[in-house]
Design a protein around this ligand. Structure first.
Ligand SMILES: [Zn+2]
Length: 52
């Protein structure tokens, strides 16, 4: 199931074709844009993701 999540700091939509890809993309995006991931972990990321 493809999922997407809106990056809280910048509002960009981040998508993934599955849970693993979404989490990897979120982490990669955070690094690229200098966001602090803080306490966010895999479970937290997925709990706020939207199914497309
Ligand atoms: Zn962002």
């Amino acid at each position: 199931m493809a999922k997407e999540i809106e990056c809280p700091p910048c509002g960009e939509m981040i998508r993934g074709n599955n849970d693993d890809e979404l989490v990897a993309n979120v982490i990669s995006h955070a690094k690229d844009h200098g966001h602090e991931l803080g306490e966010a972990d895999r479970g937290e990321i997925l709990s706020t993701a939207l199914e497309m």
